[in-house]
Design a binder for this molecule. Structure first.
Ligand SMILES: [Zn+2]
Length: 222
């Protein structure tokens, strides 16, 4: 496999889809003027985030798979795609950002970098565009987990140690309620993926990070 041009990777590493026309309102009816100035409660906001995620779940999985197929590069074919559903608090807009991983062999080093995970690239893409709240992180790979905290389901690839540390540094942006959905689309032994044999595991960031005893400090998330 030829290594794709680095500029192409950097330029296209986050692929925002067309902006989601999602000026959500929690009520069908227009709020009273004085109420519209009020901030939505954290509880309602979380509910809306979850509904938005559910509504865009298929697109998120498709975006992550497409990023894996078109953007990811690995010298050993360890390919991962990630999409994130991000929210811009000021604009009250949701947006999908996606990226593929970059895993260089010794001969194909990007300066200063051996490994860029799809998760971190997608989140950095959202940050660069001003989307400062990560509602959900969806990864798609045909790889299985090799870095399990316990013997629980290893059928889907989980974010690595570096990503977990990265998540912990994103206070307020990634929270305990951020959804992590890891998808394995390896399919059957012949590589035929169908709705029946694609495996998805969904959990909150809090539950995910709490499985790992790798820091004296509690995860810096709510
Ligand atoms: Zn990682």
């Amino acid at each position: 496999m030829l290594e794709p041009c680095l500029h192409a990777i950097l330029d296209s590493r986050s692929m925002p889809e067309k902006p989601l026309s999602l000026h959500h309102h929690e009520n069908q009816t227009a709020p009273a003027p004085e109420r519209s100035q009020k901030r939505i409660s954290a509880e309602l906001l979380l509910k809306r985030h979850r509904e938005t995620y559910a509504g865009f779940y298929q697109r998120l999985v498709a975006a992550a798979a497409e990023a894996r197929d078109s953007l990811a590069y690995s010298y050993r074919d360890f390919l991962v795609g990630c999409s994130v559903l991000a929210w811009n608090k000021e604009k009250d807009e949701y947006h999908i950002f996606s990226a593929g991983n970059y895993l260089a062999g010794k001969r194909t080093l990007r300066p200063g970098q051996r490994k860029d995970c799809a998760e971190r690239l997608a989140i950095e893409g959202a940050e660069a565009a001003g989307y400062n709240s990560i509602v959900a992180i969806v990864t798609v790979s045909s790889e299985k987990n090799t870095d399990a905290a316990n013997d629980e389901d290893n059928a889907t690839l989980k974010p690595c140690r570096q990503c977990r540390d990265f998540f912990r540094t994103r206070k307020g942006e990634i929270t305990g309620t951020t959804i992590l959905c890891t998808v394995n689309d390896a399919g059957d032994k012949l590589g035929n993926a169908t709705a029946q044999n694609v495996h998805a595991e969904e959990q909150t960031m809090r539950k995910f990070l709490n499985q790992y005893k790798e820091s004296d400090q509690l995860p810096a998330i709510g």
